[in-house]
Write a protein that binds this ligand. Sequence first.
Ligand SMILES: Cc1cc2nc3c(=O)[nH]c(=O)nc-3n(C[C@H](O)[C@H](O)[C@H](O)COP(=O)(O)OP(=O)(O)OC[C@H]3O[C@@H](n4cnc5c(N)ncnc54)[C@H](O)[C@@H]3O)c2cc1C
Length: 408
Amino acid sequence: MAIDFSFPEEVQLVVARVRQFCDEVVRPAEEKIEASGESREVLIEQIIQMRKQAQEWGLWLPHMPEEYGGMGLGHVAMAAVSSEAAKTGFGPFALNAQAPDEGNMHTLHHWATPEQKKKYLKPLCNGHIRSCFAMTEPEVAGSDPTLIQTKARLEGDHWVIDGHKWFISGARGAKFAILIARTEDDPEVPQAANSAFLVDIPSEGWEVVRDVETMSGGHNHCEIRIKGLRVPKENILGGRGQGHLLGQYRLGPARLAHCMRWIGQAEKALNMTIDRALHRYAHGSLLAEKQGIQWMIADGTMELYQCKLMVLHAAYRIDSGLDFKSEVSMAKHFVANALNRIIDRAIQVHGALGYSLDTPLAKMATQARWARFADGADEVHQWRIAQRAIEAYTKTGSVTTAAGDLPL
Ligand SMILES: Cc1cc2nc3c(=O)[nH]c(=O)nc-3n(C[C@H](O)[C@H](O)[C@H](O)COP(=O)(O)OP(=O)(O)OC[C@H]3O[C@@H](n4cnc5c(N)ncnc54)[C@H](O)[C@@H]3O)c2cc1C
């Protein structure tokens, strides 16, 4: 039997080292940031310190090949590393494996020309710069990229771009953007209308209008006005009309990388639930002894187990060069929803304390909410999953191939 759910020893060692790094470097740094009232000066000082230490600990850039200064881990190993690092707020960032840079690195590694890699990918991997990915627009549904209105037209040696984007994570302070814009008026298929561009920041015609305030505060998700932006012809990423393909390529692994980090957050919330239930006493017994609370713990435990299996299997399919669209869709939908349920139950068990800002749960809940619609809304994933299930049944008489194509 070839099914083996244990990790090779070298991966176990890396995960143990990430755990130790988070305990000894990341958590103390987070405490200093919090104690300073989140002062920008302390934040920057601690981030530089954490990143320097990650390099010294040999944990820098786990997802990238060694030629870029990374550890060369595949997606399965990254599931273990990212979910461990994400039990802290800054863990993934300390390792330079955070969104959107992680996804942008994979994209550039796959699609960029040697010159583009030298100019954009190298410094991104070194941690000298940050990047952003600019696709969503306020005027049209982000769920349907064929509606994108930002337009690029070729004028001599430059593309001239006009448009409007928002919710562009990390845009303020980024040194470049991967920008998706419409280049084809009459594409063969609607999905082939868009192209991707590498945009240097700052550039004339690229204006950060504001950091959009969200239910969990401002986190550098910016609104961008693009007016007469001139991008050199050679800064197209991939070919003309390949923006959708590139987006799909980027979003598959990037969605799964989100799931890995969400597993870390879900496990943290479940641990907190149990810890609280073991210490809170009401109506003659500890909360942990009450069946109503045990059901919540049981549901969370089963969900966490499902999350881990789904993410590991989807990661295995990516690493094995197998088609992974359905598995990533199912994992993304399931983990996003499980995360929200697990955090919500944790708040319930903590009572007023859970609703306060004295524990991280309230912030975790407002952060988790976007997981259900960003990078593919629940309903869009369900639509695609159902399409593939119907197609599998129609072609083969069974849904098996669409349900993970497992040997059962
Ligand atoms: C924290 C955060 C960070 C983000 N970072 C980035 C970023 O860095 N770069 C970037 O480009 N974008 C980013 N986004 C935007 C994100 O990708 C979009 O929110 C997402 O693609 C959905 O688009 P929309 O918000 O326009 O919602 P819409 O497309 O308008 O969808 C709204 C709702 O309509 C429903 N819906 C849509 N389609 C269907 C369907 N076919 N069937 C049934 N129901 C449907 C769903 O319930 C969906 O939630 C970010 C968003 C958030 C919240």
